[in-house]
Design a protein around this ligand. Sequence first.
Ligand SMILES: Nc1ncnc2c1ncn2[C@@H]1O[C@H](COP(=O)(O)OP(=O)(O)OP(=O)(O)O)[C@@H](O)[C@H]1O
Length: 299
Amino acid sequence: MISVDHLTKRYGAFTALDDVSFEARPGRVTGFLGPNGAGKTTAMRVIAGLTPAGGGSATVLGRPYATLPNPGRHVGLLLDASAQHAGRTGREVLTLAAVLTGVDRRRVDEMVDLVGLTSKEANRRVRNYSLGMRQRLGIAHALLADPEVLVLDEPANGLDPAGIRWMRDLLRGFASRGGTVLLSSHLLNEIERVADDIVVIGNGRVVAQGTTEELLAGSGTVVRSTDDATLRRALEVAAVGVSPVATGGLLVEADPEAVGRVALRAGVVLRELRSGDERGLEEMFLDLTATSAREGVAA
Ligand SMILES: Nc1ncnc2c1ncn2[C@@H]1O[C@H](COP(=O)(O)OP(=O)(O)OP(=O)(O)O)[C@@H](O)[C@H]1O
């Protein structure tokens, strides 16, 4: 369990975190979303005791991280995949961490295998690792002591599609065994697929939070047909809210079955019919952070 309670953080006159409160619960993956500079890393650093809070508090397993006995055994951190000593091999990084946290060294090989690094790669110096390999090493490091809590800042960054899927399964498995996962990401679709709960942050403030289901509810149906104009008129006659999608097709405020029935009555052939969830989070994310997004500011 991670509890963040009315957290504030200022750098001079700049407010990086403004009264941020949320929880990441055991048995669940909590996705932490926000545009560049929103405050995600700052919040995670405060949670991990690396940056002092200006006000409010952050606790992990009921206590401030710094007061946990042997915190490395309880909390796996991946905050900066490039922070590992570049001159050490991956295996040395993990062995040193095992010694420091009192973990059986045999875990090192297990973790190397688990994250998909070959033995040869594990014996290579970290300075010669690709970004994806650094992330894999960082995940191995975070999991080494078999912690109850994972705090991961952009762990999918640099992973290839197979790696992203692997990490998704790994995090789901970790949570299903009762673990707590807090992960930040810009990959909205990825968060949508992996997270049970979502916290959206913009300009240092929490702008939305809830279960993924709650946040995506009511995101409607996306439909494409051979005659969108006719379908649109038929939907409007049926008093259903409908708007065009920039990339083609229509977004309809009704479930897929209702849309399919209207299309059937109108004699329109459908080419695509799906729940709007997939684009829902992106729309929500862009809407909620519109005032803080750089592109919005520049426009
Ligand atoms: N040590 C610092 N001194 C001054 N400002 C800082 C410091 N650390 C972070 N900031 C500022 O706080 C804000 C939040 O930064 P943070 O790194 O938490 O954002 P983020 O949401 O993780 O962004 P990104 O997605 O780009 O990594 C930014 O405007 C950043 O410039």
